[in-house]
Design a protein around this ligand. Structure first.
Ligand SMILES: Nc1ncnc2c1ncn2[C@@H]1O[C@H](COP(=O)(O)OP(=O)(O)OP(=O)(O)O)[C@@H](O)[C@H]1O
Ligand SMILES: [Mg+2]
Length: 353
């Protein structure tokens, strides 16, 4: 089966007005599986929008190739590519009705009125806006406008939908609701979605796979669980969720932490970084081969079901832990001892500079 999208060794750089060269995409390769929800996740300026723009044809690659369903579209103009985009600023026509916005691409393509009306009706039903055909965009809420943008992008039946931070303007509740709706719509339509966000939680909850980008390069590409449990490098470990990153070195043939504790882990080189997620630190010892960390509590936040605790460690500095609310509130300033089970440890083959 040919992949809906395949990008091979894509490069793109820009010249700034000051004459500097910015590498926006550096050797990016990825392959989308059929009906996959793939998320591009990374900080501002890492190249997410640029990557989408090269897929849709609004920007040409300097080098590399893009195939859509097996066809080499690298040099195709954007209107020929079977792709549509929901833009970062969703650029609706404010003075036009909802129906006209949604049917715009069909109008340009010369479809007759009856066909347009049917398709617009179907799309508005899909996004839950039936009955609002004649409203102007300015008479809609932010969430409704977002749905119009989605309906408009889907109206021309793209084989691939690109979504550039489509939910960033929405408040938290609406954002969550739209996240669920987007997933449902994607499943119903059975087409590939490439979704851009810089919100790691959104990336983890929505995606089949996530590509973590930094400085125009793919840092890691994988299922949310794999990225979270087994980050390939320090950037991914730090960017995806909270993590305690502790330097590890070899001394007398043994892996040791900076406070001298031996670490029950397979250190292959001379040094590495040990990652412990906050939820893997516990108040009572569990399991075997424990690591132990003690110090005063310097901050404590109650989240509703857990306590987020910051332990001030004499060697490692701040350690974050997520402790179950078992009726014993951790007290600010009190000494606490936390344990990490040997099975909860993950080694990263890189050292913090
Ligand atoms: N037309 C352009 N001319 C010059 N530089 C550009 C141009 N477009 C993008 N860039 C630069 O390329 C880099 C990547 O930009 P891009 O818009 O892809 O980032 P992004 O990951 O989408 O960021 P954000 O999360 O802020 O939207 C940035 O350094 C940006 O300043
Ligand atoms: Mg962007």
């Amino acid at each position: 089966m040919t992949a809906p999208l395949e990008i091979n060794a894509a490069y793109k750089s820009f010249r700034t007005p000051e004459g500097d060269k910015i590498t926006a995409l550096n050797n990016v390769s990825l392959k989308l599986a059929r009906s996959e929800f793939l998320t591009l996740l990374g900080p501002s300026g890492c190249g997410k929008t640029t990557l989408l723009r090269t897929i849709s044809g609004f920007e040409a690659l300097d080098d590399g190739a893009i195939h859509i369903y097996g066809q080499n579209v690298t040099h195709w103009p954007s209107h020929k590519r079977p792709v549509n985009t929901v833009f970062q600023r969703y650029a609706l026509f404010a003075h036009m009705s909802v129906a006209r916005n949604v049917g715009y691409a069909l109008e340009i393509a010369g479809h007759d009125k009856a066909k347009r009306r049917t398709r617009v009706g179907e799309m508005l039903e899909l996004v839950g806006l039936s009955g609002l055909e004649n409203r102007r965009i300015s008479q809609l809420s932010g969430g409704q406008q977002q749905r119009v943008a989605l309906a408009r992008a889907l109206a021309a039946k793209p084989k691939l939908l690109l979504l550039d931070e489509p939910l960033s303007a929405l408040d938290k509740n609406l954002r969550q609701k739209m996240q669920h709706e987007l997933k449902t719509i994607q499943r119903e339509l059975d087409i590939g979605f490439i979704f851009v966000t810089h919100d790691q939680e959104e990336a983890l909850t929505m995606s089949d796979r996530v590509a973590v980008l930094a400085h125009g390069e793919v840092q890691q590409l994988g299922a949310p669980e794999d990225l979270y449990r087994q980050p390939a490098n320090l950037f991914t470990a730090d960017f995806l969720g909270e993590s305690n990153l502790l330097p590890l070195h070899r001394a007398q043939g043994q892996a040791k932490l900076a406070d001298g504790q031996p670490c029950p882990c397979d250190l292959t080189g001379d040094s590495a970084t040990l990652m412990i997620r906050p939820e893997d630190l516990t108040r009572s010892p569990r399991g075997a081969q424990l690591l132990i960390f003690s110090g005063p509590i310097k901050a404590r936040y109650y989240t509703g079901k857990d306590y987020q605790v910051e332990l001030d460690h004499p060697v490692f500095g701040t350690l974050s832990a997520l402790l179950r609310d078992d009726g014993q509130a951790p007290e600010l300033g009190a000494e606490i001892t936390l344990y990490a089970d040997g099975t909860a440890l993950h080694l990263i083959d890189e050292v913090q500079s």
